[in-house]
Design a protein around this ligand. Sequence first.
Ligand code: FMN
Length: 401
Amino acid sequence: MSAAARFATPINASVPPARAGEFRPLALGGLRISPPVVLAPMAGVTNYPFRALCRQFGAGLYVSEMITARGFLNGNRLTGLLASSQAGEHPRSIQIYGSDPLDLGRMVERLVDEGVDHVDINFGCPVRKVTSCGGGSAIPVKPRLVARLVRAMVRSAKHVPVTIKMRKGIDETTSTYLEAGRVAQEEGVSAVGLHARTAAQLYSGEADWDAIADLKSHLAVPVLGNGDIWEAWDALRMMRTTGCDAVIVGRGCLGRPWLFRELADVFLGREPAPPPNLGEISAVMLDHAERLVAFFGPRMGILQMRKWTSWYTKGFPGSAAVRARMMEIESLEDLRGLVGDLDPATPFPLHALRAHRGKGTRVQRVALPHGYLEQRDDDTPPRGPHSAEELEAWESALDAG
Ligand SMILES: Cc1cc2nc3c(=O)[nH]c(=O)nc-3n(C[C@H](O)[C@H](O)[C@H](O)COP(=O)(O)O)c2cc1C
């Protein structure tokens, strides 16, 4: 296919595919990830069914959604299900949310015993309920606390690679990524992931790829760049302009799991085929729904599927009425019937490539505990949820955030 016929937005119209040997596999401890592509941990999204679907299209590392250490250790049924996998998932990768070194160490020990191949810790969650207690994206404000938490995980992980995922900082005046990255490296992480936005930005605006380049120039361990990979070509641009060692793909793959096939193509030096038309997408959507129902059961699987239908059909002209009805499906049969109302020949709309999915564009003033920014040398773990009720409220806030 000539570059002129490429299905890409103008910013990517003439990006060359990878040259042979241009990008190396990502080395994470003993793992080799090729192409150097990571599915971002996303709450309510990167459960086993979606990871397995994405893996069918491409290759790379597919990370679980964040799993609350306290819920996992308490034996919470849903937390256990979300942390679970099925035979054949390799490498198996789990993101942990927690702020108590003892919890983190115990959880990692159990995961390693279960055969997990990689663990990541969430230092980027911007949800108010979390940061106002000093958790999530508030943690990197305190480098000694970062060191304690990472140390606990690395010790328990033995041969299994540990990574962190963080944001640039709290807001434009409180940048934390360089110091937190340096400390994590000293404590033995195998790589550092940077979502190049502040907690105040949430998911709005453009990710600041210069910060990824900056982090890369300060660290010896691999740096994973994150933010605004909407088209496979974006991944090559990010790696070329920042020098990062791998890309983490978030919202771009919501309702577009074939993005991983396109990523595999461009990293192999090939022009990807054009995206699927609405008929082919309907087949993927039904496959996804069946996987969700098999994993979560009929009721919960279908409830989860509702949001996916709007991502799969996003931007398709004339789909508004069907989309609205898809948000009310009660069964696989309902979905099969509605899919029959779509015109299968409709091509994928170009403008949908960069249409934002999953999160809005609001910004926030980050809530922190009183006097928090004046206690940066403190390494006391923040208080997490204790009772079952607190944990439940906490987990639903994480999901909503
Ligand atoms: C629905 C949703 C859920 C998310 N949940 C998590 C999470 O559990 N852990 C985490 O580290 N980041 C989470 N994130 C942030 C993403 O991992 C990623 O950093 C962010 O979306 C930026 O990448 P993008 O610009 O490619 O979307 C979530 C993002 C979305 C859209």
